[in-house]
Design a protein around this ligand. Structure first.
Ligand SMILES: Cc1cc2nc3c(=O)[nH]c(=O)nc-3n(C[C@H](O)[C@H](O)[C@H](O)COP(=O)(O)OP(=O)(O)OC[C@H]3O[C@@H](n4cnc5c(N)ncnc54)[C@H](O)[C@@H]3O)c2cc1C
Length: 447
């Protein structure tokens, strides 16, 4: 068994350390708090949750619920985070909602009591030698960010995300939308377009201008780059700004209008090869979620849109995974130096932790001389890992778990509930088979 380092004792790092220790390794967690703080953390506890106190749904027919089942199957004796969350549970319907102080205190106690884990406090400023997992999260300290940048290049690390909403293809009205790339360049089905009349455009711009936005913490309010302004800010710059920006209609004749030009066009860019997820191009936003739903659903063809990801703009340190990391999330020349958690480009408490469990399982394999593995893309964790690996590097943005990430069913199923059921059934079977094949857990997993 090996001596391994986990940098960052947040959600992903604490879980990864526990998983490695349960697999028999001696683990040192290096956590910078309280020697150096972050702008969001308020305690010295490990696995502090910095904002909402929910780990979302436990219902397996929900993407977050399915991911939890997979985490428990892959983890040694399940997931420490999920077990601790359940022990700290407060009422929250089907959502796993916790008393935040109790949760982090219990996580800290479990880690500190583990005979094979040592916690060292202090900032890490260089990438460590030897087998390690870096899980320093969205608020990775400046010195370590600089070291990562030196290893990955300037384009390898982003410091904020400007996320545009993503909608599911099955919720779109394809009679109203049309597939076309501007001026016919590129593949014809890379983009879907929503044409607007002048009247629709004016109403839309007014709704954006007056929509209610999210007031972040001061430190969270990133300076906007001109090329990446929130769509509602562009709307306030003048009635024509969007029409000459992301909503420009030129080079996109509307087939349904006999080839005439629209007054404005909302473009949706394909997010995945199967065309299940579509990104509203240039619609990064700080509007509140109910406002996004209300306003973006007025776009022609999006009246019933299902949002797989909401728009946002945050401070967020994350890697350009598809351009710079290997399939299992390591530096190319150092398979034993893995990244995990939000820094890999997943979004959310549960997603970050799930990637931590996978990184631990893979680091264990690597130090035992085995090849790393990732789950098939029919599973939620496999779908997330594929998203990280195969996204277009120039447009790479963090992603939360959702059913648009997993391979579509081979047969067409019309009813949404039935389709979900079948996707979940397939994911559970494939995840269990993958664990068995690779002997990742001691007993056959019941996913
Ligand atoms: C303000 C904010 C609010 C968020 N709200 C939510 C939410 O409500 N729901 C949700 O699902 N997700 C939320 N997220 C996104 C994300 O899921 C969480 O940030 C999550 O905690 C990520 O887990 P992690 O383990 O990757 O990082 P973290 O939990 O942040 O853990 C990283 C750890 O690394 C430590 N560290 C950083 N740099 C160093 C260094 N150089 N040396 C040693 N230690 C270091 C930090 O102190 C921290 O303890 C939020 C993110 C932010 C920034």
């Amino acid at each position: 068994m090996a001596e391994v380092t986990v940098v960052g004792g947040g959600l992903a790092g604490s879980e990864a350390a526990y998983q490695l220790a349960e697999r028999g390794h001696d683990v040192t967690i290096r956590e910078m708090r309280p020697v150096r703080g972050t702008p969001a953390h308020q305690t010295n506890d490990l696995a502090e949750i910095v904002c909402s106190n929910t780990f979302k749904s436990e219902d397996p027919s929900n993407a977050h619920g399915l991911l939890k089942l997979e985490m428990e199957a892959l983890g040694m004796g399940g997931s420490l985070l999920l077990a601790t969350a359940r022990a700290s549970r407060i009422p929250g319907g089907t959502a796993l909602t916790v008393d935040r102080r109790e949760f982090s205190a219990r996580m800290t106690a479990a880690i500190e009591a583990h005979p094979r884990i040592r916690v060292e406090r202090g900032e890490v400023t260089e990438l460590p030698e030897g087998p390690a997992i870096i899980a320093t999260g969205p608020l990775t300290s400046d010195a370590l960010s600089a070291a990562i940048r030196r290893a990955l290049g300037d384009e390898g690390l982003a410091f904020f995300d400007a996320i545009a909403p993503v909608v599911s293809s099955e919720s779109l009205d394809m009679e109203t939308l049309f597939a076309a790339s501007r001026w016919g360049k590129g593949e014809g089905d890379d983009y879907l377009n929503a044409p607007m009349t002048r009247e629709q455009y004016d109403t839309f711009v007014e709704a954006l201008r007056t929509g209610e936005g999210y007031e972040g913490h001061d430190w969270e309010n990133v300076p906007y780059f001109e090329g990446c302004l929130p769509v509602e800010v562009m709307a306030t710059r003048g009635p024509e700004t969007l029409r000459f920006g992301p909503m420009k209609p030129v080079g996109l004749p509307v087939p349904q209008w006999g080839g005439k030009r629209a007054w404005a066009v909302v473009q949706l860019r394909r997010e995945d090869r199967a065309g299940q997820m579509w990104n509203l191009v240039g619609f990064q936003t700080r509007l509140k979620i109910p406002e996004q739903k209300r306003i973006f659903r007025t776009v022609p063809g999006l009246e019933n849109a299902e949002f797989l990801r909401w728009g946002s703009i945050h401070r967020n340190t994350y890697l350009n995974f598809p351009a710079r990391l290997t399939a299992h999330g390591s530096l190319p020349g150092r398979p034993e130096l893995l990244f995990a958690g939000q820094i890999t480009g997943v979004e959310g408490y549960t997603e970050s932790t799930a990637v931590g469990i996978l990184a631990a399982a893979n680091l264990d394999r690597i130090v035992r001389g085995l090849e790393p593995v990732v789950p098939p893309a029919t599973t939620m964790l496999g779908g997330l890992m594929r998203y990280l690996r195969e996204s277009e590097p120039r447009h790479f943005q963090p992603m939360n778990s959702n059913f648009g990430l997993v391979d579509p069913l081979e047969v067409h199923v019309k009813k949404k509930e039935e389709k979900r059921e079948r996707l979940v059934e397939r994911a559970r079977a494939d995840f269990a088979a993958w664990i068995r094949e690779n002997e990742l857990a001691p007993e056959p997993a019941a996913v």
